[in-house]
Design a protein around this ligand. Structure first.
Ligand code: ADP
Length: 349
């Protein structure tokens, strides 16, 4: 296992992994009556690469690609005009944007302009995100709903022994739990996006958090054995959110260990942090997938995972929660041998 590749949760900078706030932020630039740049908001700075300080007082031509903004400055006073423009980044690259231009007439007959813009490339990223969301969520909703419907119809239509009836009700309950977890995950994703992740921060006994996470798992102890070796360790954090991190990692350890085997949770003290390791002896993850598994909606499509359900949100949420604690997650894996996730958490608030 130690020979397996190691990847950290934040190495893969996929555009869709950025918080939605960053993807959606609109750039705003103000121009004075002489068409000189007066101000850029932080989104305009990050989208164009120009620092507000270096552009203040410069001619608008600095910010427009080739056209010098002729279209923008021909807008009449009043409501915004919607335009398609090409800006110029700090590196001199063209940046096609959708823009709204407001022209404000002063009492002395002069005009000032406000340009609000959104890069066209970002619109494509959002479209892609929306499509992924719709296809993942509808697939993840359909599978348990179909099972619930089928088992409920069979229960309604047929006489059956008590034991089978209990079994069918058990499946319905399990599938309803799966639906409820999906809804919880979706709600958690919206919290990740709005950065309201931690409700409180206290010194938490790790054993208690891990036991709560293990207690929330659905697994058959005859097939999977979960062992915790973490006596007496504490970490600093929000106990509920830490439980969510470990529940996600442990659920995966069970889900992706179809042959059963052992899942082990260990903790060791490092300077200023505690490292919690969750190891399984399951199907493992091929190295080409490792950089992406913390991405939103990323799932490994392989024969060994084809029958395992999931939304591709668990690791995205776990990674975001650990980062919100000021920690980090790494993964080591060897296909066919197993996987180890290492969660580094601060010990002091
Ligand atoms: P999912 O809902 O698909 O389980 P996750 O975000 O939790 O989504 O995980 C992303 C992908 O990473 C999974 O689809 C799976 O292929 C892989 N993965 C995560 N944990 C493990 C593990 N312990 N063993 C093998 N593969 C894993």
């Amino acid at each position: 296992m130690d020979s397996g590749r190691t990847v950290s949760a934040d190495v893969a900078e996929h555009p869709l992994r950025r918080p939605l706030g960053a993807v959606l932020a609109e750039g705003v630039v103000e121009f004075d009556a002489r068409r000189c740049i007066q101000a850029l908001n932080p989104a305009a700075e990050s989208l164009t690469g120009h620092a507000a300080g270096t552009l203040r007082g410069c001619d608008a031509a600095k910010l427009f690609h080739r056209t010098n903004g002729a279209d923008a400055f021909s807008v009449a006073p009043g409501g915004p005009a919607e335009l398609s423009l090409v800006l110029r980044t700090a590196e001199g690259e063209p940046l096609p944007v959708y823009a709204r231009v407001y022209c404000v007439a002063g009492d002395d007959g002069s005009h000032e302009w406000l340009l609000a813009f959104f890069p066209k490339g970002r619109v494509r990223a959002i479209e892609q995100l929306k499509n992924e969301l719709v296809s993942t969520v509808s697939h993840e909703l359909k599978t348990p709903l179909a099972a619930i419907k089928a088992y409920a119809s069979t229960l309604r239509n047929g006489e059956m022994p008590e034991q089978q009836r209990d079994e069918f009700l058990g499946v319905i309950e399990q599938q309803a739990d799966r639906l409820s977890r999906l809804v919880d995950d979706m709600l958690m994703v919206s919290r990740v996006e709005s950065a309201q992740l931690l409700r409180r921060r206290v010194i938490v006994p790790l054993d208690e958090v891990l036991d709560a996470a293990i207690a929330g798992l659905t697994f058959d102890p005859a097939v999977h054995q979960v062992t915790r070796r973490t006596a007496g360790t504490t970490v600093s954090g929000d106990p509920e959110r830490l439980r969510d991190v470990f529940r996600n990692l442990l659920e995966n350890a069970v889900k992706y260990s179809p042959r059963g085997g052992t899942i082990e949770v260990r903790a060791q003290a490092a300077p200023d942090c505690t490292v919690v390791e969750i190891s399984d002896s399951g199907v493992g993850i091929a190295s080409e997938h490792l950089p992406y598994i913390f991405d939103r909606f990323y799932r490994v499509e392989s024969p060994s995972t084809a029958s395992v359900g999931g939304s591709g949100l668990g690791l995205y949420i776990a990674g975001a929660l650990v980062r919100a604690h000021g920690g980090a997650v790494n993964v080591r894996s060897e296909p066919g041998e197993g996987t180890t996730f290492s969660v580094m958490l601060p010990v002091r608030a």
